[in-house]
Design a protein around this ligand. Structure first.
Ligand SMILES: [Zn+2]
Ligand SMILES: [Zn+2]
Length: 143
């Protein structure tokens, strides 16, 4: 696959097309409730922008992450998924299908006590992740 793209030419048409693609990609991720990966986004965006390439979808997702519209969700060995809900919720990562399920639950302050105890370290974030089975995988295993 070639990553050279006419969408980056600086003519007015190119800029307009890029903006339209960017909007389409962002809307697809926002309306998805499954933290989609690039391949899934590509299938959906193509319904609206048939000329778009998978390479453009990847670049657009990267740009939306850089600009703070999306958060990348990574898990070892899995394709990066994208989060449009930036309210700081947690996730359960399904050990069977790799899906990220939203979990809204208040957490105690996990950072300040540890920072006091380890002043020699520069700790700036903590990640909490639930592990288990999503509803779909759980139902399939029971039937
Ligand atoms: Zn699952
Ligand atoms: Zn989420």
């Amino acid at each position: 696959m070639s990553f050279r793209s006419a969408h980056y030419t600086l003519d007015a048409m190119g800029i307009k097309r890029l903006t339209k693609q960017r909007k389409a990609v962002l809307e697809v991720v926002r309306h998805a409730n499954n933290h989609p990966d690039a391949a899934w986004v590509y299938q959906r965006v193509r319904e609206r922008v048939p000329s778009i390439s998978l390479g453009t979808v990847y670049r657009t997702l990267d740009a939306l992450v850089d600009d703070g519209y999306l958060l990348p969700l990574t898990h070892s060995g899995e394709a990066t998924r994208y989060e449009a809900n930036l309210d700081g919720h947690l996730h359960l990562v399904c050990s069977k299908c790799g899906e990220f399920v939203d979990i809204s639950h208040p957490l105690p302050d996990l950072l300040s006590g540890v920072k006091e105890r380890y002043p020699e370290l520069d700790i700036h974030a903590v990640q909490v992740e639930y592990q288990g089975l999503c509803q779909g995988c759980r139902t399939r295993l029971q039937s």
